[in-house]
Write a protein that binds this ligand. Structure first.
Ligand code: ATP
Length: 199
C-alpha cells in the first residue's frame, strides 16, 4: 500500500487533484478539513483555544473566529505557533485514526492532502512519496481571491508564510503543473500518474 503525500501552495489545486485521485479509488485524508473540524463549533480544539486566547477569539456559535485569528497571527508569529501547537496534535491523532480505518478496509493507496507537508518533518516521515501540485504565484493569487474574497495583499501574505515554490519542488517525487492547465489535461495527467505508480 502506498501512502502518498499531496501538497502545494494555497490555491494550487490540491483539492482538485485529491478528488481526481479519489475517483480512482484512493482513500483521502484531508488535513485541512480535519483542522477545520477541530476549530468548528464543538470541535476538539475549542476548549484549549478558549483557555489560551480567550473567548474573544470565538464566534457567537462557539467556533474559532478565523478572520480574527488570521489577523492576530500575522501581527504576532508566536500566536500562530501556540495555535499550531494546539491544533497539530489533534490533526495528527485524527489522521492516524482515519489511516487505520483505510488500512483495515484494504485500500491500495492513501492520499494525504497536507498543505504544509514540506514545512513539516513529521508529515514527510509519514508518507512514502510526495506529489506536488505546482502553480505560478499570479494564478494562485487569482484563484484564491476569486474563491475567498480575500484581497491581494492578504493572499500574498499567506503565500509568503508558506514554503517557497522551489522548496516544494525540491521535496517532490512527482510534480503536476497546474497553471493555465485545462481541467481535461489535468485529468489525463492524473490518469497517467495513477497508471505509472499503480496508485
Ligand atoms: P487551498 O490551498 O486554498 O485549499 P487548493 O490547493 O486545494 O487550495 P483547489 O481548491 O483545488 O486548490 O483549487 C483552487 C481553485 O482553483 C478552485 O476553485 C478550483 O476549481 C480551481 N482550479 C484548480 N485547478 C484548476 C484548473 N486546472 N483549471 C481551472 N480551475 C482550476
Amino acid at each position: 500500500m502506498l501512502r502518498l503525500g499531496l501538497t502545494g501552495g494555497i490555491g494550487s489545486g490540491k483539492s482538485t487533484v485529491a478528488n481526481l485521485l479519489r475517483s480512482h479509488g484512493a482513500s483521502l485524508i484531508d488535513a485541512d478539513a480535519i483542522s477545520r473540524s477541530t476549530t468548528g463549533a464543538g470541535g476538539s480544539a475549542i476548549a484549549l483555544i478558549t483557555l489560551t486566547f480567550g473567548k474573544e477569539f470565538l464566534t457567537n456559535d462557539g467556533a474559532l473566529d478565523r478572520d480574527r485569528m488570521r489577523h492576530a497571527t500575522f501581527a504576532d508569529p508566536q500566536i500562530r505557533e501556540r495555535l499550531e501547537s494546539i491544533i497539530h496534535p489533534l490533526v495528527g491523532k485524527e489522521s492516524t485514526r482515519q489511516e487505520a480505518v483505510a488500512v483495515a478496509a484494504g485500500v491500495r493507496s492513501i492520499v494525504f492532502d497536507i498543505p504544509l507537508l514540506v514545512e513539516s518533518r513529521r508529515w514527510r516521515k509519514r508518507v512514502d512519496a510526495v506529489l506536488v501540485v505546482d502553480c505560478v504565484r499570479t494564478v494562485q493569487i487569482e484563484r484564491v481571491m476569486a474563491r475567498s474574497g480575500l484581497d491581494k495583499a492578504a493572499v500574498e501574505r499567506i503565500i509568503d508564510s508558506q514554503a517557497s515554490r522551489g522548496e516544494r519542488l525540491r521535496a517532490a517525487d512527482m510534480v503536476l503543473f497546474n497553471s493555465g492547465t485545462l481541467m481535461s489535461t489535468l485529468m489525463v495527467e492524473v490518469d497517467q500518474l495513477v497508471q505509472r505508480f499503480g496508485l
